[in-house]
Design a protein around this ligand. Structure first.
Ligand SMILES: Cc1cc2nc3c(=O)[nH]c(=O)nc-3n(C[C@H](O)[C@H](O)[C@H](O)COP(=O)(O)O)c2cc1C
Length: 219
């Protein structure tokens, strides 16, 4: 498939047809992710590919339990917001129950060059915080890797959604995986996103985009 066709075809897929993704295709999707550029070639990404139905549903249950707890807390302040949180979780998080594959994406922090030295020289906390947490290369490289994976998935005839909403339950998901499978992310790595993957159901809607003139300035 032409690259531009894959880009145009890619959309967030939240409903899936019956059918699994062969392991060699999943490996290929991860290989494509690994081709992404990253600051200093840190390759600050790791992937846990889950096709075991019981484990995948266990991850979903873990997230739903945490969402219930968060919803109760929010409801103490604003009951409508609490209800909305649970609805969001069902529609935009645990829909991955119906996907044949779930990929958990881990990353690690990246300390910008000179960060500690600048701190020692009295550089402002605002500047250092911005450098480390807003413009940080780690999340930019990770984003490139995830997009590579999604585009390769489209190229192979699949579809998926990039999710960060499960991050609310990152600690609980880690604990569940450790207890049930013995899996633990590498030292310093933490959960940053998930990817649901499968064969797309037809007719899924995507929001529109700003035009080139709205997002770019040419001088
Ligand atoms: C960093 C990131 C986080 C996202 N998190 C979620 C999520 O938790 N749940 C979800 O359903 N979609 C999630 N999405 C998908 C976006 O909602 C979607 O990409 C956007 O609305 C544009 O629609 P499209 O992907 O169909 O073009 C996420 C996308 C990105 C890039």
């Amino acid at each position: 498939m032409e690259l531009i066709t894959a880009m145009e075809k890619r959309q967030s897929i939240r409903r899936y047809k019956e059918g699994n993704i062969p392991i060699e295709d999943l490996r290929e999707i991860i290989r494509a992710a690994s081709l992404a550029p990253s600051g200093k070639n840190t390759q600050n990404w790791r992937f846990l590919v889950i096709t075991d139905e019981r484990i995948k549903l266990g991850v979903a249950d873990t997230i739903e339990s945490k969402a219930q707890r968060i919803s109760s807390s929010i409801s103490q302040v604003d009951s409508k917001k609490g209800e909305k949180f649970i609805k969001f979780c069902k529609n935009f998080t645990t829909f991955f129950k119906n996907a044949p594959a779930l990929v958990i994406v881990y990353t690690k922090e990246y300390t910008p060059e000179g960060y500690h030295e600048l701190g020692a020289m009295g550089e402002s906390m605002d500047f250092l915080h911005h450098l480390k947490y807003c413009t940080n290369p780690a999340c930019q490289g990770l984003g490139a890797a995830i997009e590579h994976a999604l585009l390769r998935a489209v190229d192979l005839g699949y579809g998926g959604t990039w999710l960060t909403s499960p991050n609310y339950a990152a600690n609980e998901v880690n604990e569940f995986l450790k207890n049930e499978t013995g899996f633990a992310p590498e030292v310093e790595f933490f959960m940053a996103a998930m990817l649901s993957l499968g064969i797309p159901e037809d007719n899924q809607k995507s929001p529109g985009r700003l035009s080139v003139d709205e997002v770019a300035t040419f001088i």
